[in-house]
Design a protein around this ligand. Structure first.
Ligand code: IPD
Ligand code: CA
Ligand code: CA
Length: 263
């Protein structure tokens, strides 16, 4: 599929640029958006700008929904060809030099469905790729979600990103928090989703993710055999705005969902 080839080439070309910028991050301009922890850097902007330029040349007329540069609106025609990008997911980790868990995410959507998507974790030199019906791959090797089916053995990621959501998230995830074997919070949705796809974790839980945070990630998980829904069990609808999200392996999804909805 030519769109998937475009995504892979784009992310492979962007990764060395982002790696270099990360190595020199003390010289990167950082601005605050809506809160002291909601940041954007010159690297986020440049990654999105380079992608827009190449998309315009390769697929003129296609829509783009992306986190920066005031491009967060869905396309006027929700069935149109549309690209969804988070230029840097985990900007806080990028700026503080944490882990280094941050990624570039780009997806191609048509008819409201994600048909192709990829996530690059540039410093870790990892590329996660999926095409609808074609499987999911990590640096070329096919991925599969884990088959762990015991809650006490599960390792899950619960993110508490914005202060406004903490109360709601704590109440809803309390049973998961208390009963699952192991808890993590890495600060990058795309990295968390890819960890579930690769079988490294059993679930990723978030109270309010935006389409650019999960568009590529949900296809990657589904193509690796996992399940992604809202907390009420309903389907994720890409252009509905922020959504609750539970992404997990097949074996545990129903049980995780029950503890969320029963809380
Ligand atoms: C954020 C990260 C974080 C998640 C936040 C997102 P950004 O994206 O994915 O892990 O908890 O909700 O906004 O701002 O670094 O692109
Ligand atoms: Ca971002
Ligand atoms: Ca993001």
């Amino acid at each position: 599929m030519k769109e998937l080839a475009f995504i892979e080439n784009m992310l492979n070309d962007l990764a060395p640029f982002v790696r270099d910028q990360y190595a020199n991050r003390q010289h990167v301009d950082v601005s605050r958006k809506t809160s002291p922890t909601d940041l954007v850097t010159a690297v986020d902007i440049e990654v999105q700008r380079r992608t827009m330029e190449r998309l315009d040349a390769a697929f003129p007329g296609d829509a783009l929904m992306a986190e920066e540069l005031n491009m967060t609106d869905p396309p006027a025609d929700l069935n149109a060809r549309c690209w969804v990008m988070d230029p840097i997911d985990g900007t806080g980790n990028f700026v503080r030099g944490l882990f280094p868990m941050f990624g570039i995410s780009l997806a191609f959507v048509q008819g409201g469905k994600v048909l192709a998507g990829a996530v690059s974790l540039p410093v870790l030199d990892l590329l996660f790729v999926a095409e609808k019906g074609g499987g999911a791959f990590r640096n070329g090797a096919r991925m599969k979600v884990s088959d762990i089916d015991a809650v006490e053995a599960a390792r899950i990621e619960i993110e508490f990103s914005s202060r406004a959501l903490r109360e709601r998230t704590i109440c809803a995830v309390r049973p998961l928090f208390l009963n699952t074997g192991n808890l993590r919070a890495h600060g990058s949705a795309v990295a968390g989703l890819c960890s579930v796809a690769n079988g490294d974790m059993e679930a990723y839980v978030h109270a309010a993710l935006s389409p650019w945070d999960y568009a590529a990630g949900i296809l990657i998980i589904e193509e690796a055999g996992g399940v992604v829904t809202r907390w009420d069990g309903g389907p994720i609808r890409l252009f509905d705005g922020k959504t609750t999200l539970l992404a997990s392996n097949k074996a545990l999804h129903a049980r995780f969902l029950a503890s969320l909805t029963n809380s």
